[in-house]
Design a protein around this ligand. Sequence first.
Ligand SMILES: Nc1ncnc2c1ncn2[C@@H]1O[C@H](COP(=O)(O)OP(=O)(O)OP(=O)(O)O)[C@@H](O)[C@H]1O
Length: 585
Amino acid sequence: MKELKRLNKYFKKYKYRLLLGVTITILAKVFALFTPKLIGNSINVVAKKLEEGDLYTTFKADLGLNILYLIGAAMVAGFFTFLMRQTIINVSRYVEYDLKNEIYQQYQRLSLNFYKSNRTGDLMSRITEDVSKVRMYFGPAIMYSLNMITLFVVALIYMLNKAPLLTLYTILPLPILSISIYFLSKAIHKRSTLVQENLSKLSAYTQEAFSGISVIKAYTLEPRINESFNAISVDQRQKYINLTKIQAFFFPLMILLIGVSNLLVIYIGGTQYINGEITEIGTIAEFIIYVNMLTWPVAAIGWVTSLVQEAEASQKRINSFLELEPEIQNTVDETTQIHGTIAFNNVTFTYPDTNITALNKLSFNIKLGETLAILGKTGSGKSTILDLIGRLYDADSGTILIDDKPIDKLNLFNLRDSIGYVPQDAFLFSDTIKNNIRFGKEDASDEQVIEAAKNAYVHENIVGFSKDYDTILGERGLTLSGGQKQRISIARAIIKSPQILLFDDCLSAVDTETEEQILKNLDKVSKSKTTIIVSHRISSAKNADQIIVLEDGKIIQEGNHVSLINTEGYYKDLYLKQLSEKEIS
Ligand SMILES: Nc1ncnc2c1ncn2[C@@H]1O[C@H](COP(=O)(O)OP(=O)(O)OP(=O)(O)O)[C@@H](O)[C@H]1O
């Protein structure tokens, strides 16, 4: 129960609703337990008529009254049972909602590395499957426990009052039922976990196959994919069959044990009645109903125990995420104004998961409003520089200064707010083009959206779509070309009008003429802003105030376009190569 302690705050939060739920549950059960008594009484009335030949009118009146009470008690019990579910199960839904939000907010707080070291499937299952297991602890587990306790206490008092010895014999098989259901529930849980695991494997496989459908078709991989899919499906079928087999024991076991209890009541109750130890025949009927009413709550002890164990295991997994502290922390509460000078002094950074040293004692300075272009072979550390400026990671050694202040002494949210970042792989949400651009500035007017799109040189493309800016993108919407995606992603950064603009090789999918046009526009919009352009093309870098060339996380060349094309090295070689390519084309 240690892990579930974290949930006590929710008991506090919903204490009044829960208290109401407890009261209602007790009332519901008390009224439900009138039924066996009244049925017993009715049978006694009939027996009296048969034995003593009561007047027909007295018999009718007595029986009628009993039936009336019976209907009344059943209706009241039914009403309270409805309210019981409305309170306790509702509380479990509120807790489920709160817990999902708590986990989601924690996910948002955690740093990028957390996402790198955990699979998306795991993150999803914490918030869906694990939370729903925990909800079972709050809802059904509490409700059935209360049910069981109330029923047991009240029924036992009634029963012991009526026939103590018969009571003992009647409840004898019940613990066996409870223990068997506990083991059965555990076995069911084990097998259903296997089914769940295989199901996620199956859906992950299918999802990947659908995402890569063009590769599958191009390489005619369908038979091979079908074969693998079939193998997982067969496995899934077997796991389901195993689960069904064990589930099939559940009700027969209950019926068997109820049958045994009923037999005991009839046999022992009958013998006692014959011997005169029980005076009323109605008692036997009353006890049979008690046994049947107690069976499910007693079986529920076993079920509830396994529910609590599952909830504890799920909460343990949830806690392991909730207790994580983000690696990147905001240490400054007051607002910090960012202007945009950037300085790297001897910065070294190694990715913790791969142990790759992406930057090695790197130093450079960018003045306010200047443009720096970064070139270099793939894997030389260009994108890593941009990640460190946005504090997606912290450097291992050396210092990064923004406006002459160490980066970690700035308000993290102000820092990120002042950056317009265009990633290498443009990511667009399944929403309209307009809203995708507006992600950069929530309150942007339509005119501002159009202006940004024009500057990113994508306006013409957008107005060519039938719903222009209201065109939906994403899986069920329009598929854009790589270059169009990149330019919408640029428009998103421009509209923000940030102090620092970071472009990570985001013109790679556009032709050189469009690139030139966009760069011209960018020059206009980034007049007083600090800009870093990562690229593999000389054309993107040539107008920058400063150019650095990286290799293995170190600067191997720096200068401006003119100085670098006059120096032997990577830049000049690339320039000559791209120049000849241009001539060919
Ligand atoms: N998230 C990450 N986790 C672990 N290692 C990484 C991660 N990102 C990059 N690396 C490694 O760090 C090195 C530098 O990567 P980086 O992405 O900065 O290079 P790049 O110069 O931008 O490359 P490209 O031109 O291909 O985009 C590479 O060797 C890469 O494998």
